[in-house]
Design a protein around this ligand. Structure first.
Ligand SMILES: [Zn+2]
Length: 498
């Protein structure tokens, strides 16, 4: 056989910078008093001369949107600019009636921040935030045959754009980053986090490079994937692009700087339009708006309004309540879940490993029931459950007090989940309390011995593995309600006292 010299395979690794657009949860739009609550309403019913771009209409800044941006900047460890300036980004498109978008450009509200993410190996990685700035959203075009319908309800919605440095090095890191960022935005109450409704949109800039190029900081050509509306899509698009670009380069090709879209059905990126490298938007400061001047006192005041964020919650769960890291992370990831957990612990108690026991019940049995509900498997439903945190605490306390065993408790929980009844009430009505009364157990054991003289003889003759057989008989005779600990102890005594 002839050996064929193989070309050494070049290995590429992926590098991602992320742009995230978050619609801010304000009552009114960015520069007018139109309501932001337009979802489901007829097109063009939330509009006025300002967001329609009519001649002579003047914009007025929304203070709540600026405060939401500054609060987010503080949470993302950013420097808050003393002066931010809105600029006009000029381009023509039907969903942009003014012919320009107002956006912070050279002087954004927030700069140079960071967010730490946890990797699967337990280590932490810092993703730097390049900037976070405020702008207005565009309207929405619906293309249909020979015409395009324009809905301007969304036009002028306050939009926070967060841009990271190219620090993300895998689809998993992107997933972890966005999960953490979304949790923080929800904790702050500045964004709903509803990606499927377009309230949070992600655009990864993806390139690949070899180890040698990395050592020389020689970046590859970036491909931008536009408007991804799920975490799964972000992960899929990065994985797909990393592979596609490596293949193109491996075949001696070049990467074009383009915008891509994500084809959910075929799980691949598709070309949208080639991107001009020097797109000239003719930015200039918006003459109708003054600069945003932010005093240190204002920043301080806003900093004081920040809630406890997921990271410090997670650390508190681990350090003060002794939770396992995995549970601390799961329970702190969604504020509504954290609220539920903390309310349950307050009722149940914090000593003797109780918080960890409560965590097991919530992330095990309760989450299982929520997911089993099917429709919209969202853990935030926890705040609307029929069973409140105090009731769950009541159930777990019954297990501690040996009123019911763990298996019975799981069945009781299912009933509580459906009816919202208290555990105690279900246990009493259905006679589920454990039997630890030795009289009852003695009676059952005597009957079992009488019915199984052969097994009894063999056990007493040294075949001790038959203990399991007798234990099973006791549980069956008491319909599973025997306190396993008490029953085991008593059975042992009776077997040995021949
Ligand atoms: Zn308006």
């Amino acid at each position: 056989m002839t050996a064929i010299a193989e070309q050494p395979q070049t290995t590429y690794s992926v590098l991602v910078g992320m742009e995230v657009h978050a619609q801010l949860l304000t009552n009114t739009k960015m520069f007018c008093r139109c309501s932001t609550d337009y979802q489901g309403d007829p097109p063009n019913t939330h509009t006025c001369p300002v967001c329609l771009g009519l001649p002579g209409a003047l914009p007025v800044m929304n203070r709540a949107a600026i405060e939401a941006t500054i609060r987010t900047g503080i949470a993302l460890n950013c420097e808050i600019s003393e002066t931010a300036v809105f600029a006009r980004k000029n381009y023509n498109y039907p969903d942009l009636p003014k012919g320009y978008q107002i956006s912070q450009y050279e002087l954004p509200q927030c700069r140079n921040g960071w967010l730490d993410i946890e990797l699967t190996d337990g280590s932490t990685k810092r993703i730097r935030i390049h900037r976070a700035h405020l702008e207005e959203d565009t309207g929405k075009n619906t293309h249909s045959g020979n015409y395009t319908l324009v809905d301007l309800n969304r036009a002028g919605m306050p939009l926070l754009e967060i841009v990271t440095e190219a620090d993300i090095e895998s689809p998993e890191e992107a997933y972890a980053f966005l999960t953490k960022l979304r949790a923080i935005l929800r904790y702050l109450g500045v964004n709903s986090g509803d990606m499927e409704k377009g309230a949070l949109r992600c655009e990864p800039n993806i390139s690949v490079w070899t180890a040698e190029q990395k050592a020389r900081s020689e970046y590859g050509t970036k491909v931008e994937v536009k408007n991804l509306n799920s975490l799964r899509a972000v992960r899929g698009a990065i994985a797909y692009e990393a592979e596609r670009q490596a293949e193109v380069l491996g075949d001696g090709g070049v990467i074009q700087q383009v915008n891509m879209g994500w084809d959910e059905v075929n799980q691949r990126t598709v070309l949208q339009r080639s991107k001009e490298s020097s797109e000239d938007y003719r930015y200039f400061p918006e003459p109708d708006l003054p600069p945003v001047v932010v005093s240190p006192e204002w920043v301080e005041k806003l900093a004081a309004t920040l809630p406890e964020l997921p990271d410090s919650k997670r650390q508190r769960y681990e350090n003060s309540w002794g939770l396992r890291p995995i549970d601390a992370e799961t329970l702190s990831g969604e504020q509504l879940v954290a609220d539920y957990f903390e309310a349950a612990v307050v009722t149940y108690g914090t000593d003797d490993g109780k918080p960890q026991r409560m965590a097991n019940w919530i992330s095990g049995e309760l989450f299982r029931l929520i997911y089993a509900d099917g429709e919209g498997q969202d853990l935030r439903q926890i705040s609307e459950l029929k069973i409140g945190p105090e009731q769950l605490a009541g159930l777990v306390a019954l297990v501690d007090e040996k009123v019911i065993n763990a298996n019975t408790a799981k069945k009781v929980l299912e009933k509580m989940y459906i009816s919202g009844e208290d555990a105690q009430k279900i246990v009493e009505r259905e006679g589920l309390a454990m039997v630890s009364d030795t009289g009852v157990i003695d009676e059952a054991v005597a009957a079992i011995f009488a019915a199984n003289p052969d097994e009894l003889g063999r056990y007493r003759g040294g075949e001790v593995r038959l203990f399991g057989f007798f234990m099973g008989q006791v549980m069956r005779a008491t319909k599973g309600k025997a306190d396993p600990g008490a029953a085991k102890e008593r059975l042992q005594e009776l077997l040995d006292n021949a």
